[in-house]
Write a protein that binds this ligand. Structure first.
Ligand code: GRG
Length: 290
C-alpha cells in the first residue's frame, strides 16, 4: 500500500509539471485571464482523473509521457466544469477548495472565458501531441467531446438545473450523476485504455470500474455536503439540488458508497496481478474528507 501511495505522489508531481506546460500562454495582454486559469487549476485539486488515467496506462505499459496530454486534458475539462458550475446562474457557489470561487475573484466575464479557454485547450493539446498517432487522437477527442457535450456534462448539468427537486424520480437523479460525475471518470479510463491498445473486454471492465467509482465518489460528495462544514469540505455546501442524501438518507448512502466501491474493485478482476493501483485508488477515495 505504501509503495502505491508513493507511486501516486510521484505521478502527481510529474503531472503538475506537465499541466503547467499545457495550460500556459505567453501573451502579456492575457495575463489576467492566465491568472484566473491558474487560480482554479492550481488550487489544491486532488487530480483524481489524471491519476486514474495514469494507473490505467500502467496496466498496458504505456509510458507516462504518452499519457501526459490526455491527463492534462482531463484536468482542464474538469476544472472548466467547476468554474462554470460555480457561476451565479448555475449553482451560485462562492467557495471552492477552501477559497473564493473563480468568479468571486475575477468576475463572471473572466471566469466564463477561463472555463471555455480551458475546455478548448484540452482538445488542442491532444491534437498537437507528437506522441500520439492520428487514429488515437481521433478516438480520444471524440470520446472527450462526447463526455462534455449535450449527452455528457452539459446534459447532466441541464437536468440538474431544471429537474432536480425533492419530488424527482430516481432515474432523474441517476441521469444527473452518471452524466455530471461518473461520465468523466468513465472516459478518463476508456481514453487511457484506448491509448494503451486495450481490447473491448478490457475497456468495458475499466468503464464498469469507473462508473462504480464515479457513483461512490458522488454519493460520498453528497454525504460530505450533508454532514461536513464548509471549512472541512472547502466549498459552498447544499448547493446541489440533485442529491443522494436527500433521496436515501445518510445511513443508506454510506452503505451505497461501500457497495459501489466493491463493485468497482470487482469489475477489474480480469486484470488480477496488475490491478493493485486501481484497487488502492478506489480504497483511498472511500476515505477522503474533501
Ligand atoms: C464547461 C466542461 C464544461 C461543462 C459544462 C457546468 C457543467 C457543464 C457541468 C458541471 C459538472 C460538475 C461540476 C460536476 C461535479 C463533479 C464533481 C463531483 C466534482 C468534484 O470533483 P473533485 O473532488 O474536485 O475531484 P477537486 O477539487 O479535487 O478537483
Amino acid at each position: 500500500m505504501n509503495d502505491i501511495i508513493k507511486y501516486f505522489q510521484e505521478t502527481k508531481a510529474y503531472f503538475e509539471q506537465e499541466l503547467a506546460k499545457c495550460s500556459a500562454t505567453d501573451q502579456p495582454l492575457l495575463s489576467v485571464l492566465q491568472e484566473s486559469i491558474n487560480y482554479s487549476l492550481y488550487s489544491g485539486g486532488k487530480r483524481i482523473r489524471p491519476l486514474f488515467a495514469f494507473a490505467v496506462g500502467e496496466l498496458f505499459d504505456v509510458t507516462r509521457e504518452k499519457l501526459s496530454t490526455l491527463a492534462c486534458a482531463l484536468e482542464m475539462i474538469h476544472t472548466a466544469s467547476l468554474i462554470m458550475d460555480d457561476l451565479p446562474h448555475m449553482d451560485d457557489a462562492t467557495m471552492r477548495r477552501g477559497k473564493p470561487a473563480n468568479h468571486v475573484v475575477y468576475g463572471q466575464d473572466v471566469a466564463a472565458l477561463a472555463s471555455i479557454g480551458l475546455l478548448t485547450r484540452a482538445y488542442e493539446v491532444i491534437l498537437a501531441d507528437p506522441e500520439l498517432p492520428d487514429d488515437k487522437k481521433t478516438k480520444v477527442v471524440e470520446r472527450l467531446a462526447n463526455v462534455v457535450g449535450i449527452d455528457g456534462l452539459v446534459g447532466g448539468q441541464f437536468v440538474d438545473l431544471k429537474f432536480a427537486d425533492q419530488s424527482m424520480e430516481y432515474s432523474t437523479l441517476e441521469y444527473i450523476h452518471s452524466h455530471k460525475t461518473a461520465a468523466l471518470f468513465v472516459s478518463s479510463g476508456s481514453t487511457a485504455a484506448i491509448i494503451g491498445n486495450a481490447t473491448l473486454e478490457q475497456i468495458t471492465a475499466l468503464e464498469e470500474y469507473a462508473s462504480n467509482l464515479g457513483f461512490a465518489f458522488q454519493i460520498l460528495d453528497d454525504l460530505l455536503d450533508a454532514t461536513g462544514t464548509e471549512e472541512e469540505v472547502g466549498k459552498s455546501l447544499q448547493k446541489d439540488k440533485g442529491n443522494f442524501v436527500a433521496f436515501y438518507g445518510v445511513e443508506k448512502c454510506r452503505e451505497l458508497v461501500e457497495n459501489y466501491t466493491n463493485g468497482a474493485i470487482k469489475a477489474i478482476h480480469i486484470f488480477n496481478g496488475k490491478n493493485d493501483k486501481l484497487i488502492t485508488l478506489a480504497q483511498l477515495l472511500l476515505k477522503r474528507k474533501s
